[in-house]
Design a binder for this molecule. Structure first.
Ligand code: EPU
Length: 419
């Protein structure tokens, strides 16, 4: 089994360039099912999850031409031959559920394996299905799978009980080809939703309001091909910002949209870091003074992202004083705490709160990556710990970070991958 070996070589310094966003490209790739012409997607990160989505699309009949040396994907869904996402691929990636809206709209039926719970929580899909029903689809459950079926979807009014990112994406992609107008209220406002809506509008869809809490969609008869460049990954950006902070370094992070990482900037500043918005990117400096403890609470965008909670917690373990972290998005996203405590951290959980008594020196240990962001947090902790940190189950990390080792080494980190 492959593992990462990480050692503390002092402050990270230099420049790093951020790749296209995983959580933007996956729904965009799925949305390609809606058009019967070629779509070209640029700045595609070379990631395991992207590869799984390519395999899913191919299994449905989409012609996939991947050129990762240029971060470019050409997808042609001229013929959709199947309406069922293969179970073994669906099990490998929860985002496989995002094929459901486009398949339903394009073929009148979509069958997917019911995603089970995952390491970070139960993650049901009730809101996705509620949306499809409001557009006139019939929902049929049978052994471990669910089918949504409708000859032609009809526009409707949908209120989401929670601003779920995936449900918002799935309902948008179902509604773009529906007859009439759809209004979705209390939707997710994440930048990835805006990127998806921009992509669909370039394909001929009529979507307004993405990035606010209400989205209005006028259904159209068909969508055409387009070319689209994916937004930079705000979670990769945040992870490198914390890498600079946890090593008390000075790093310039290029290809970023500062507005997308506002909560991370605010919290790093609260801790005492300097964050400069320069013409070349975001420069994070933590080498000028002592950092101080702070509290974070995860929330849907524009709140502090749950996908940055574990990395920020790793930083807080190195800052003297008491910090409180509250995770409100997922009910079980604290698996990294046991591992951080094995490295000498002092973190106590109580339900959805975690209290970090920071400042105790971290030391290397053999730790396990339990999910993507938890794994990233352990790498960051390893960069600030004495001795060698050995991280196993790194396939989780490789699902979501492109060239993580190379990028970290490029700014002076001592990290290597061993098979
Ligand atoms: N939820 C429901 N019912 C639903 C859908 C969601 O109760 O029908 C609940 C979930 O159980 C969870 C909360 O709503 O407690 C938020 O889930 P959401 O649907 O917003 O998340 P998602 O679409 O499954 C995406 C990202 C996640 C990210 C979350 C929250 C992708 C592919 N995944 O997941 O990314 O944490 O939004 O921002 O976009 C990651 O990249 O590491 C990752 C887990």
């Amino acid at each position: 089994m492959a593992k990462f070996l990480v050692e503390n070589k002092g402050p990270l310094r230099g420049e790093v360039t951020i790749s296209g966003a995983k959580n933007a490209v996956l729904p965009i790739m799925a949305a390609t099912i809606l058009a019967s012409e070629e779509c070209v997607i640029q700045d595609v990160p070379d990631l395991r999850d992207v590869d799984v989505m390519c395999q899913i699309l191919e299994s449905l009949g989409v012609k996939v031409n991947a050129d990762f040396s240029n971060n470019r994907l050409s997808l042609n869904a001229a013929e959709i031959l199947y309406n069922e996402t293969p179970h073994e691929l669906a099990k490998r990636m929860r985002a496989s559920i995002l094929t459901m809206g486009p398949l339903l709209a394009r073929t009148g039926s979509a069958v997917v394996a019911l995603p089970g719970g995952c390491a970070i929580g139960a993650r049901p899909i009730d809101l996705h299905l509620k949306g499809f029903e409001a557009l006139g689809a019939e929902i049929i459950f049978s052994d471990n799978q669910v089918e949504a079926r409708a000859d032609r979807l009809k526009g409707g009014r949908i209120y989401l009980d929670y601003p779920s990112v995936g449900a918002t994406e799935n309902i948008i992609t179902a509604a773009v080809l529906a007859e009439g107008t759809t209004i979705i209220e209390n939707v997710a406002e994440e930048p990835e939703i805006v990127d998806l809506a921009n992509y669909l509008n370039k394909m001929g869809a009529k979507i307004k309001g993405a990035g606010t809490d209400t989205i209005k969609i006028e259904g159209v008869e068909r969508l055409h091909g387009t070319t689209h460049t994916v937004i930079p990954d705000r979670i990769e950006t945040g992870t490198f910002m914390v890498a600079a902070a946890i090593t008390r370094g000075d790093v310039l992070i290029k290809n970023v949209v500062p507005d997308h990482v506002r909560p991370v900037i605010a919290k790093l500043k609260e801790c005492g870091c300097t964050v400069e918005d320069t013409i070349d990117g975001l420069r994070v400096k933590a080498d000028t003074g002592r950092l101080t403890a702070t509290d974070i609470k995860t929330l849907p965008y524009p709140g502090f992202p749950t996908d940055m909670q574990s990395q920020f917690m790793a930083l807080l373990t190195t800052v003297e004083g008491k910090s409180t972290v509250i995770e409100t998005v997922f009910e079980n996203r604290y698996m990294h705490i046991t591992e951080l405590n094995r490295m000498g951290a002092d973190i106590v959980t109580d339900g959805r709160s975690a209290v970090v008594h920071g400042g105790a020196p971290l030391h290397g240990a053999s730790v396990m990556s339990t999910d993507l962001r938890a794994g990233a947090a352990l790498v960051l902790a390893g960069l600030a710990a004495s001795g060698v940190t050995e991280i196993s189950e790194i396939y989780h990390i490789e699902r979501g970070y492109t060239e993580f080792v190379e990028k970290l080494r490029g700014i002076g980190a001592d990290i290597r991958r061993e098979d």
